[in-house]
Design a protein around this ligand. Structure first.
Ligand code: ADP
Ligand code: ADP
Length: 230
């Protein structure tokens, strides 16, 4: 049983712009998929449909056995299982690192504060940033902020992690520290879909690379098929 299934999924923006065209995609548990393709080809929209940040208009999309419809309970169930990391870190600037991490577990998950903090500290250790827990996001480097964003997503113990160009806003010297954390996550067996231009990462981590163009999946293959061609 795949953990994510797209069947003939279509999406339009504003009833006219056909952004996803007949997407068929089946993701097995534990897969590490890198999505690449030109700007505007629909990569971001595709992964945002998985946690319903965008909705598709045609076709069937199932995540962890639940079909994505307008049903609020289905959407809530899926969001609990899908963590997301964006290009812009989307941290709350007026909350400390620790408070950024405990916010959703305490207020959405109704978790007691002590437990939420313990869980948050464990995830901050995992991304090697526990010593910054009391700081505010803007006191950290971009690479550190992105690792906080990853830890925040992990606090909800998701089965699936989505990454939308997680290193594109970072200075070159900070890219590696974020990719290293993502590589460790992949080794831990989490299902991962990642939009990225980091082809070294794709080669090292992905079991499948998907190439999109104009709203379609035009090619998918093991990374060596893309990178080892003569
Ligand atoms: P990619 O991630 O491959 O760069 P996106 O999925 O972000 O592509 O966008 C695909 C196309 O859809 C782009 O042409 C973009 O301008 C358009 N688009 C994205 N979001 C919206 C929106 N909310 N309304 C209208 N058009 C959008
Ligand atoms: P990405 O880096 O994910 O491709 P973009 O820079 O294309 O993002 O878009 C940033 C935001 O603007 C997204 O939330 C997207 O949905 C929205 N957007 C992109 N293109 C359009 C558009 N043509 N009309 C309205 N919103 C858009």
């Amino acid at each position: 049983e795949p953990i994510i299934t797209f069947e003939k999924v279509n999406k339009w923006y504003g009833n006219s712009f056909h952004v996803l065209r007949d997407i068929d995609l089946s993701v097995a548990k534990g897969e590490r998929i890198v999505i690449c393709g030109p700007s505007g080809s629909g990569k971001s929209t595709l992964i945002r449909c998985i946690n319903r940040l965008e909705e598709h208009q045609q076709g069937t999309l199932k995540v962890d056995g639940v079909e994505l419809t307008d049903d609020v309970k289905a959407i809530e169930a899926i969001r609990k299982n899908v963590g997301m990391v964006f290009q812009q870190f989307n941290l709350f600037p007026h909350l400390t690192v620790l408070e950024n991490l405990t916010l959703a577990p305490m207020w959405v998950g109704k978790m007691p504060k002590k437990e939420a903090e313990e869980r948050a500290m464990a995830q901050l250790k995992r991304v090697r940033i526990a010593e910054q827990a009391g700081k505010y996001p803007l006191q950290l480097s971009g690479g550190q902020q992105q690792r906080v964003a990853i830890a925040r997503a992990l606090c909800l113990t998701p089965k699936i992690m989505l990454f939308d160009e997680p290193t594109s806003a970072l200075d070159p010297e900070m890219i590696k520290e974020v990719l290293d954390v993502m590589i460790e996550l992949a080794e831990g067996g989490i299902t991962m879909l990642c939009v990225t231009h980091e082809m070294g990462f794709a080669k090292a981590v992905a079991n499948r690379v998907i190439f999109m163009d104009q709203g379609q999946i035009v090619e998918q293959n093991a990374p060596h098929a893309f990178f080892d061609n003569p």
